[in-house]
Design a binder for this molecule. Structure first.
Ligand SMILES: Cc1cc2nc3c(=O)[nH]c(=O)nc-3n(C[C@H](O)[C@H](O)[C@H](O)COP(=O)(O)O)c2cc1C
Length: 447
């Protein structure tokens, strides 16, 4: 039964989440790089590796984000394909894990398994797959099969997809073969394939998962090695850990089977006061007047350009009929009218303008660690002690120099406290995350 008692590792690790298209990265500052130049990626991944980061993540968006039926005019355009970029980055790095976010709704399992195996071999066992299902409708319009899957269907699909990919990776008796033919016949996939690549030094790519609903959490508890969570705040992180431990024990995997790395943002300086000032500057660049209006338009479902960003929230009501998940991920699951009433009341109560309100909502307020290197290191050491998380997946607000102060000043403070690695444990991602080699699945299935 000892397997079923969660034991904190007493350490944390870092990953970096290079999102590309989002409002959290400032692309217009003088020191910002380009979102498509290889140099931006090379510079930041090598900084992360200097700081012994476990993993480098690329997000995925298979279509430009849309807003009121048009591409979002305020987004930066340009997000190179994750696996192509990671293969290039494999050649300029030696230890850091390379994580491709890839969705299960629009890919095919045998094809994706082969491409991820290729990355795993090219990188010497450093590849990982961040499994997402994608929650918007517009992406579907890019694909042959079109359409949009509802929430429950997306996770059923994801389960069959991941099972199939794992069977393909597990089809080798020994590291170099021979491989079994994999037959999968199910509601979602019929696959008959013999793998074309041998196993990688880490057996198979590490599986991350990002998706926070109860279905998403159960899916992760059954399938994932690591959850890329949305719960960095201390109490919330402790509760999320408790929830995942109970779900993974229920799934028969043991209390320590699933690692947790929440998304987070760090705004650091030599003193707390300087860090707070820096935060105000960062926020003012992240949310300009147009971004504030565009953000509300997603939820209101109508043009709001006549409203003053420095004035109160719109008194006009949202377009309720068009309200659905398909309007965009920002709206996911919310009820327009209710939300508008609630936000208007909150903004009025706190005396916030549109821009101030949107800034407070979008600034990943719950995921931001602001303070001196010393204070933030003390705070993070607390997470390590109780095992609230296994690490943090940091979204830098500046690319490519956004990790410099973390690596130069925060990492040494954490190392001094004995809660952060001073060296990579091995050459594969699985070794560096301290993950066990997977148990081989049976080869022939018919579901
Ligand atoms: C931290 C985090 C990062 C995510 N990154 C991506 C991404 O890069 N691309 C994507 O299509 N979806 C991404 N997703 C969204 C998931 O695909 C999923 O659609 C969404 O969370 C809805 O599923 P849920 O209801 O289980 O939360 C992310 C989700 C989380 C929580």
């Amino acid at each position: 039964m000892t397997r079923d008692i969660f034991k904190p590792s007493g350490r944390i690790q870092f990953g970096i989440f290079f999102q590309g298209v989002n409002s959290g990265t400032i692309w217009k500052a003088a020191e910002s790089g380009s979102q498509t130049d290889f140099e931006s990626f090379r510079r930041i991944v090598q900084t992360a590796e200097r700081g012994k980061f476990a993993a480098f993540f690329l997000g995925e968006g298979l279509r430009l984000r849309e807003h009121l039926g048009r591409p979002h005019a305020l987004d930066v355009v340009g997000r190179p394909d994750a696996q192509t970029m990671l293969a290039a980055l494999a050649s300029v790095t030696t230890n850091i894990g390379l994580v491709a976010t890839q969705n299960t709704t629009y890919n095919d399992p045998a094809d994706l398994a082969h491409r991820l195996s290729s990355l795993d071999l090219i990188s010497g066992g450093r590849a990982a797959w961040n499994v997402v299902t994608t929650d918007n409708a517009w992406t579907g319009a890019n694909f042959r099969r079109g359409g949009y899957l509802d929430h429950a269907d997306r996770y059923r699909h994801a389960e069959a997809f991941v099972e199939t990919a794992k069977r393909i990776w597990d089809s080798w008796e020994t590291p170099s073969g021979p491989a079994h033919r994999v037959l999968h016949q199910g509601q979602h996939y019929t696959v008959d394939v013999t793998p074309r690549l041998p196993r990688s030094p880490q057996y198979r790519p590490v599986l991350f998962q990002a998706g926070d609903s109860p279905e998403g959490r159960d899916f992760a508890a059954r399938q994932a090695d690591v959850i890329f969570s949305a719960h960095p705040k201390f109490d919330d992180a402790v509760e999320f850990r408790r929830d995942i431990v109970s779900r993974s024990v229920a799934a028969g995997r043991g209390a320590n089977a699933v690692r947790i790395m929440p998304a987070s943002e760090f705004i650091l300086a030599a003193t707390d006061q300087e860090a707070r000032e820096k935060k105000d500057w960062v926020r003012s660049l992240q949310i300009g007047p147009q971004q504030a209006i565009a953000y509300l338009e997603q939820f209101w479902g109508r043009e709001l350009s006549a409203y003053d960003p420095d004035g109160p929230l719109p008194d006009i009501d949202p377009v309720v009929e068009e309200t659905s998940e398909t309007r965009g991920s920002g709206f996911h699951g919310a009820k327009a009218r209710q939300l508008a009433d609630q936000w208007r009341a909150e903004a009025k109560d706190k005396g916030l303008s549109i821009r101030q309100f949107v800034t407070s909502r979008t600034a990943r307020i719950d995921s931001t660690f602001t303070g001196s290197y010393n204070a933030v290191a003390d705070h993070l050491a607390q997470y390590a002690r109780v095992g609230a998380v296994d690490g943090f997946n940091i979204s830098p607000w500046l690319i490519p120099t956004g990790l410099d102060d973390i690596v130069n000043h925060l990492v040494p403070e954490l190392q001094e406290r004995g809660v952060y690695p001073t060296e990579y444990r091995g050459s594969t991602l699985r070794e560096n995350l301290g993950l066990e080699t997977p148990v081989r699945l049976s080869q022939q299935v018919s579901v």
